[in-house]
Design a protein around this ligand. Sequence first.
Ligand SMILES: C[S@@+](CC[C@H](N)C(=O)[O-])C[C@H]1O[C@@H](n2cnc3c(N)ncnc32)[C@H](O)[C@@H]1O
Length: 252
Amino acid sequence: MKKIKIIDKKVANYWNERGESYSKSWRSLAKKRLSKLETDLVEEVICSKKEDVKKNRKNKLKTLDIGIGTGRITEAILRHQVIHYATDISKTMVEYCREKFKNNPKIREIIVHDVLTPPPRKWGKFDVITAFRVLSYSPKWQEELINLYQALKPGGSLIFTFPNKYSSAMISKLKRRPLGGREVSARELEFTLRKIGFSEWNIIGFSRLLDSFYDLCDSEISAFILFTIERILSFVFGKTLFVRLFYVTCKK
Ligand SMILES: C[S@@+](CC[C@H](N)C(=O)[O-])C[C@H]1O[C@@H](n2cnc3c(N)ncnc32)[C@H](O)[C@@H]1O
């Protein structure tokens, strides 16, 4: 059998230990609403592709979720007519999701794989690739993006997140990153996307307040206050200034 090449053992071990408990970080009401904003973005891109699918006389989009975790993003993708593949560097996450989605015929394969190496060639190219909260663990994040660019069909879309260098977490005391991790500015991101060859991109953000506030806001009233403050901040600072995470949608 072909040996799977895992490059970042430290990251793999960390996520193997976290396993299913990662779902708990999405438990509060405010976190659920943030998650809905993220999955809505993915579903919006998938819906925008449906016309292309009809034109090419196919009836299913081919999708790939990188760093599937406990399946939060994959669940949203599976609401649509897709042929779906997924990867994760953590064996625990892969086993968890194989069990979770075992009766779903839309799933083709879920494998242990490091995004620093290209996805298996036999999988072919994809209409939509997602990589949420995955790419910033490696200093070679640009190479990861190149791998994903190459795995897209012409006109295919990649949606990924990346931490913003200039966010509320730039005060180092507030950073809680056990694995370190990279951060970029919007300009650095745009420079990289252009250099790789993406033809168009859109960068937005959803949150400026600390993650711990999102964890704490678990009632209607507290979640309402939190999102009202976020809306005011977004009115003042615009689409990306000081956001915690960039949400990037880009097209090959
Ligand atoms: C923060 S979780 C995000 C999970 C899921 N994408 C979500 O947004 O709910 C990060 C996931 O990415 C996986 N991961 C981290 N580095 C990776 C890499 N180099 N290749 C593939 N998966 C990776 C981890 O094992 C973990 O399951």
